[in-house]
Write a protein that binds this ligand. Sequence first.
Ligand code: APR
Ligand code: PHB
Length: 392
Amino acid sequence: MRTQVAIIGAGPAGLLLGQMLHQAGIDNIILERQSAEHVLSRIRAGVLEQITVDLLDQVGVGARMHHEGLVHDGFALSFGGSKHRIDLHQLTGGKTVMVYGQTEVTRDLMVARAAAGLSTVYEAADVELHDFDGTQPCVSYGRIGSRQRIDCDFIAGCDGYHGVSRASVPAAAITNYEKVYPFGWLGVLSDTPPVAEELIYSNHERGFALCSMRSPSRSRYYIQCPLTEKLADWSDQNFWDELRRRLDPATAEALITGPSIEKSIAPLRSFVAEPMRFGKLFLAGDAAHIVPPTGAKGLNLAASDVRYLSQAMIEFYGERSQAGIDHYSARCLRRIWKAERFSWWFTSLMHRFPDDGLIGHKLQSAELDYLVGSRAASTVMAENYVGLPFDA
Ligand code: APR
Ligand code: PHB
């Protein structure tokens, strides 16, 4: 079998890339380790920058997002017992974000791919990448007891942080930059009305908390927790009680609780692999970088990587130009590092760090007090949160 681009991973990056290549007449196949049901079972943040909304519209999968998604003009910072709104729309000259779960983005992309009759191999076992630094790149995988081989022009490694693509690159050819945070996020999904119409990020001396949502009837909440925490130690009631303690009194009072339909603990890390291109292999999305979820940049960075990569492929096949391919990594990394910085800064501002002592919380409170009182500082927060322009 042969294709032009072999895509490893059917998460948002792989699926969006597949649609953009298909739209440009570039043949592609996706190899996914898990089942489609497993992929859709993942609960992930869903705050979409306008560029991500535009890309989904561009590939024709924006209808349900516009129908069910929630356009948000701002969000709140809660500290010192009160809430302070960051008016994204006013501070950025009219920009907004779209709240629409990543699971739904993935589902919409899966439906579109199937409708286009494009090939996705789910439960592809033991995917291997071959000769991506040579002249005859190909991938192989196990399926029902036999090995299959797919010859290709390019390989797109969209297989996430734990994928095989980055792991296939010789250690001497790649530099990994990583920062692991000394805490995690305990998250709960519940079929309860969100406590507020917009997201609330709370800095509290007991730790960070976030009030988010998936729809007007489904809420998503997080509290910072030690990495040693065990899920079994967190009953729903314990979670709701601790969340209330970390919110301003009015919000705590308004909180509507209910049974959790999903509960999990996730670690936080900042990670970037450089470069993102190795011969005919291109890394995109979580395969190349991870951000702490505070700034909700993960899905948006995957989308911008894929935009650059699809443009590069279109230039290669359409104009036989290598320019986009040769500049892919540098263009992605320039945007990635700015999002990494924002995500690290927002995480550092909102969480309790064990080694910071009492002064740490005082310094954070002073920065928050300055931020909400300064149009310049609020504008910096807002323009990063809605997403920086491409190639800015
Ligand atoms: N072979 C085939 N598929 C693989 C392999 C492998 N060896 N390893 C991982 N995969 C698949 C995973 O099962 C997953 O479906 O690759 C896919 C990678 O998807 P994501 O991890 O969602 O990464 P990405 O598509 O880059 O999307 C980034 O996902 O993790 C969130 O916060 C992140 O929102 C961001 C988004
Ligand atoms: C979420 O809804 O899961 C979410 C929203 C915003 C974030 C992080 C997570 O910054």
